[in-house]
Design a protein around this ligand. Sequence first.
Ligand SMILES: [Zn+2]
Length: 62
Amino acid sequence: MSETRECPACAMPTDAEAPECEVCGYEFPESKAGVTAMTWLFIGLMVLFAVPLLAWLAGWFG
Ligand SMILES: [Zn+2]
């Protein structure tokens, strides 16, 4: 007995243990931790660019 999960691409219920959607072929992320790590990496990069930009803006307008 296996559970099902909703495919984010086509919104159809698919086998929760399947590596990809049986309907549209969407590949599920291997783990939520991987998605979270990528999210934090993206946020980190945004901060790296945003902090100097904000510092420059503060110096320009301040
Ligand atoms: Zn799908």
